[in-house]
Design a protein around this ligand. Structure first.
Ligand code: DON
Length: 304
């Protein structure tokens, strides 16, 4: 029997698809050339069932959505105390690419670039390739399939990585980066270039929503306590300087990326995701934010 969820998701897309405001991320040359039109939405239940509409099976680069998962991996491997020694958990209120550090010299949180580069540096391994291999394995375990890298977007971002290299150098100078700047940034950019679909992101969101058990493979990828901590930090910091609007309008932990994807996790209920490449001034997808607002309202997901 066809689920009523499918036509509902189609209806969510149809209500928003005429929106063409926002702009592609243009600081990465290859991203400025992607098709701006695709629009997908997906939901993953905690029993592994997925529902999707639109371009939900089209691959795009994960970008900053990966930050939440690499943070989970770093805590799993290093323990929360060691991670907190390097990275804070306060919202910065600044744009994602600002050098927001606290009075101890730590990046404000793991969701902004400074914090995500410091998080990547904490992943086990010596070289960028070794660390990235651990990250790719973890992202793949959360998605339930082997993910790959968009090599041309990766090369394009590496060629224009002046700002992230600058951030990493400042962190390293202040003793706040556990790897050489080039190692951390090279791996972090590779992590940003991992290809996912909207459906993958919904399943990855469900992995966090379930308390760390991948809903399809049933593999426990992180402890419940770590999942809860990551969800808390996503709630306060995942949408950058739009976190206040997000919490008030959508009210669930989430993470966005400049590829146009957003992952959301409704704790104990569902994972959800939306994707469309045009971004608002905070770097969050215009249509994906609108889709998440509608899902939260209709499905009663708001936590408050
Ligand atoms: O660090 C960067 O610039 C990108 N690779 C990721 C940034 C990003 O996705 C910010 N999110 N909205």
């Amino acid at each position: 029997m066809r689920s009523p969820i499918q036509p509902y998701l189609r209806n969510v897309l149809d209500g928003i698809a005429e929106r063409r405001d926002g702009a592609l991320a243009d600081y990465i040359p290859e991203l400025a050339g992607v098709d701006p039109e695709p629009f997908g939405v997906a939901i993953a239940m905690l029993d592994g069932q997925t529902y999707a509409a639109g371009d939900a099976d089209l691959p795009f680069t994960i970008q900053s959505v990966a930050k939440a998962f690499t943070y989970a991996l770093a805590i799993r491997e290093r323990g929360l105390d060691q991670v907190l020694e390097h990275i804070g958990i306060e919202p910065s209120g600044d744009a994602f690419n600002r050098i927001s550090v606290d009075e101890r010299g730590r990046p404000a949180n793991p969701m902004i670039n400074a914090g995500a580069i410091a998080t990547f540096a904490l992943v086990p391994g010596e070289t960028a390739a070794e660390k990235f291999s651990a990250v790719l394995g973890f992202l793949s375990a959360c998605a339930g399939r082997t993910l790959t890298v968009d090599e041309s977007i990766c090369a394009s971002e590496w060629g224009a990585a002046y700002r992230n290299l600058g951030i990493a150098n400042i962190l390293r100078a202040g003793d706040a980066l556990a790897a050489e700047p080039a190692v951390a940034v090279e791996g972090y950019i590779r992590q940003s270039s991992v290809l996912v679909t909207t459906r993958d992101l919904a399943v990855m969101g469900a992995t966090l929503a379930s308390g760390g058990v991948q809903p399809v493979t049933r593999e426990r990828v992180i402890d419940e306590e770590i999942a809860g901590h990551v969800l808390s930090v996503m709630t306060t910091c995942g949408m950058y300087d739009a976190a206040g609007d997000w919490v008030s309008a959508v009210g669930i932990p989430a993470k966005s990326g400049v590829g146009g994807g957003i992952v959301g996790a409704s704790p104990g209920r569902i994972g959800l995701a939306a994707f469309s490449p045009r971004l608002d001034r905070h770097g969050n997808s215009v249509r994906a934010v609108a889709a998440c607002e509608r899902l939260s309202r209709d499905l009663g997901l708001h936590l408050m």
